[in-house]
Each structure stands twice: as structure tokens, then as C-alpha cells.
Design a protein around this ligand. Sequence first.
Ligand code: FMN
Length: 156
Amino acid sequence: MNTPVTILVGTTTGNAQYCAEEAQFRLGEAGIDATVLPMDGLDATALASPGVYLVVISTYGQGDVPDNARPLYESLIRDKPALDHVHYGLVSLGDSSHAQTFCFAGRRFDAQLSKLGASRIGDVLNHDASSGIMPEEATAAWLGPWIGQLSTASAA
Ligand SMILES: Cc1cc2nc3c(=O)[nH]c(=O)nc-3n(C[C@H](O)[C@H](O)[C@H](O)COP(=O)(O)O)c2cc1C
């Protein structure tokens, strides 16, 4: 059985959205149903259903989450829902020219989700906009092994 994946997108200028759409396509090729859900207007209830979530998020300001991710992030901190039923993967976009805060938004989500009891599947993809690699390409390459780990975690 292939568990469906909800792809949550935090973005300012759209790179994370492209990555999410690439992930949706690749997951579909692997026979996994995936839905792309922008974080706009979401709060912690978006994670109320047991399942697998793929968080795709960029970093803005000085290590901040994008504006469209702020309500969800703040709700996770304020409402502190138990998330033991949540498995998640994380694609974190940033730029190493921001050396002190590289990919901090992803780190913030990772820390908060794990604090609330959610289980991460696989390593975090930290994409560096200065690397010369397109974020969608990096996401596609990262997804292969992640899908393998997803199958193992779903079967457990
Ligand atoms: C004004 C501004 C501030 C940024 N601040 C950070 C930062 O603090 N840390 C980081 O790793 N990347 C930072 N970035 C880089 C973005 O996260 C990166 O370009 C990312 O690919 C953008 O993805 P998006 O189009 O989905 O928003 C910043 C970019 C801009 C334009």
C-alpha cells in the first residue's frame, strides 16, 4: 500500500512551489498520490490527520520562514498539538551567501515538528541557491532515496 503524501509549501518567490510540483510528479510516477498544499492560511490543524507530509520551505529575512508559512509555524508553537501520528520529509531552500542563517526556516520547522512528536523520514535536503543546481533538480535527485525510506516507514 502506498501512503498518500501531502506536500506543504512555504515560499516567497516560487522556487519551493516548483520543487513541490516536481515532487508531486515524481511521487506520482512511483504510484504515490500526492497533493500540493500552499501553507497560506493554514494552522496546525493542517497536520491533524495521520499521514505523511513533505514540507518544502524557503528561508527569508534573516533566517525567517516565508510570510505564507508564518501562520502555520506560529500555530505549531502556540497550540503545541501532539503530532505522534505525523511522518514528514523536509526540503529546505536557502542560499549559503546568508552564512549565519543558511536554510534556517527548514531548521525551525524540523525542530518544531520533532519537538511535537512527529517523525522525520530521511535526511533533510538543504538546497543552496548559490550551488548552481536548480532546486527542482536537487529535489528530484533527493526524492529517489526518500521514496524508498517512505515505503519502509509506511510499512512499519
Ligand atoms: C531577501 C532575501 C532574504 C533571504 N534570506 C535567507 C536566509 O536568511 N537564509 C537562507 O538560507 N536563504 C535566504 N534567502 C535565499 C532564499 O531562501 C532562496 O533564494 C530560495 O531558493 C528562495 O525560495 P522561494 O522562491 O521558494 O522563496 C533569502 C533570499 C532573499 C531574496
